[in-house]
Write a protein that binds this ligand. Structure first.
Ligand code: ATP
Ligand code: MG
Length: 478
């Protein structure tokens, strides 16, 4: 590690970050810490993005206040994570994450655990029963002083894995130089322990310390290198790149749920197509998606599978226009052709359409489970998106409203839009359903669909009610 690198301080006059660019809540947190005599720095992606003139996704703060001190200082504070306690300071529409400076004793173990725990809140905040039990046992042990004496701090953190550290130690345990810059609220300077400013100027993603060591500690950093390079339009520094080439086969040492989260972030940042190409090129894609990669390498009817790239480009366009692409939609877009092929094979074996889709998605989930585990609720939605494509052919058929009310309706419609862009139809079914859904939400009943093949174009314009036929007293209809 670059622990012997010189600390450089860039005064306010020599960099571009001004307080007005920070989130007001972030500024509040920084100032409050400062007022109470603590060190308070903004760190990570926030500093990096502000220096590049980009809008940061989130604001992370580091401090020398301990989690317990944070809890006392901020009323709106929740401590999360079991081992690596982070404080989440809750505001109306934002959470500011505050961590205590750390040094890492067992870097490899800690990286796996620490950053795995930095998954989205729902993952972090839903401790398993076993974890809750362990926490409770822990509390009791501490209360009665029976616990192993130096294993845990008063905050309950496992000292073997995590001890508080100095700012410098905290900087060098981070992944890339451009991610380890501190913005100091005390004098508005930037503190650079790792040469991050220069790499930022030169557009380089470089690990802090020996890339072979850092990627071995935590293989997910290889995917992150690609994410940042692609997101920022940076190059990966040659030694870092060579290490990825050498170690790409070890990516599966990271846990499948964590890999799912990282891959998702990678593909949903608006440059998914480019990133996908970089992943394939770097050798990281194959171990993550071995079956799919093998399929990609096989041509179908002498044509390469180009739909994946097109689907990701389409997703990038949507994201660029501010239209959300959900995880299930992304997965259906990316694996759609692959899944449809599986469905077709199962149909040939005699399965009815829905069952064939269910079985295809189940088989796909089974293939992925050892490497990238897609949560069940996402798989269910993928299945629905695919199944609804059939349903869309009938406009609206029986229970059109039911179709619109389905949870996956929006995603399914977007998928249909993509498919229509790929092979433009004479009349757009997606338009039809879009209008139908709009009318449903306005409470207007639709006219029966035009007869004929699915393309039934025009959405109904006027409310028209079918009158019930009166029955003659005798019973037979008129
Ligand atoms: P983004 O803008 O995508 O959020 P980010 O740089 O903020 O990018 P995060 O995943 O939010 O990335 O992580 C915040 C910071 O934590 C990083 O900037 C980096 O300093 C550190 N970090 C995150 N993951 C790792 C890791 N696997 N190894 C070492 N440091 C990490
Ligand atoms: Mg971040």
């Amino acid at each position: 590690m670059n622990t012997n690198m010189e600390k450089v301080i860039i005064p306010r006059a020599e960099h571009s970050i001004s307080r007005s660019l920070l989130s007001p809540n972030g500024v509040k947190v920084l100032y409050k810490l400062r007022e109470h005599g603590f060190i308070a720095y903004l760190v990570g992606g926030g500093v990096r993005d502000l220096l590049l003139g980009r809008e940061p996704k989130d604001f992370d703060v580091v401090t020398d206040a301990t989690p317990n001190q944070l809890k006392k200082l901020f009323r709106n504070c929740r401590l999360i994570g079991r081992r690596f306690r982070l404080a989440h300071i809750h505001f109306h529409d934002e959470i500011i994450e505050v961590a205590t400076f750390r040094s890492t004793v067992d870097a490899a173990e800690a990286a796996q655990e620490e950053f795995a725990e930095a998954l989205p809140e729902e993952t972090v905040e839903a401790p398993t029963e076993a974890e809750q039990l362990e926490d409770e046992r822990d509390r009791r042990r501490r209360r009665h002083h029976h616990g192993p004496p130096i294993l845990k701090s008063e905050d309950g953190m496992v000292l073997r894995d995590n001890v508080f550290g100095t700012p410098e130690e905290d900087a060098v345990r981070r992944d890339f130089t451009v991610n380890a810059l501190f913005y100091n609220i005390a004098d508005f300077s930037i503190i650079d322990h790792v040469g991050g400013m220069e790499d930022l100027r030169n557009g380089l993603i470089r690990t802090i310390g020996d890339p072979m060591v850092r990627f071995t500690e935590d293989p997910v950093r290889m995917i992150r290198a690609i994410r940042f390079a692609s997101m920022l339009g940076f190059n990966i520094e040659p030694r870092t790149e060579a290490a990825i080439e050498a170690l790409c086969g070890t990516i599966n040492k990271a846990t499948p749920p964590r890999l799912y989260e990282e891959v998702l972030k990678l593909l949903l940042m608006g440059a998914g197509e480019r990133t996908y190409q970089m992943m394939r090129h770097s050798g990281l894609f194959e171990p993550l998606f071995p079956h799919f990669d093998a399929w990609l390498s096989r041509e179908s009817d002498c044509y390469p599978h180009v739909r994946v790239g097109k689907a990701l480009e389409w997703a990038d366009e949507q994201i660029g226009q501010g239209i959300a692409v959900t995880p299930p939609l992304l997965i259906t877009l990316m694996f759609g052709e692959y899944l449809e092929e599986k469905v077709a094979l199962l149909r040939d074996e005699g399965l009815p359409p829905q069952q064939a889709t269910d079985a295809a998605v189940a088989a796909f989930a089974g293939e992925l489970a050892p490497t990238v585990s897609v949560p069940n609720r996402v798989l269910v939605a993928v299945r629905d998106i695919l199944n609804m494509q059939q349903r869309f052919q009938k406009t609206p058929g029986r229970n059109g409203r039911g179709v619109v009310a389905r949870l996956a309706f929006r995603d399914a419609l977007q998928y249909l839009r993509f498919m229509e862009q790929l092979t433009p139809p004479k009349r757009s079914l997606a338009d039809w359903w879009e209008r139908f859904a709009a009318q449903q939400s306005e409470g207007v009943e639709s006219a029966p669909p035009p007869k004929g093949e699915a393309g039934a174009a025009e959405a109904p314009k006027k409310k028209r009610r079918r009158r019930r036929r009166r029955r003659k007293p005798g019973g037979a209809p008129e």
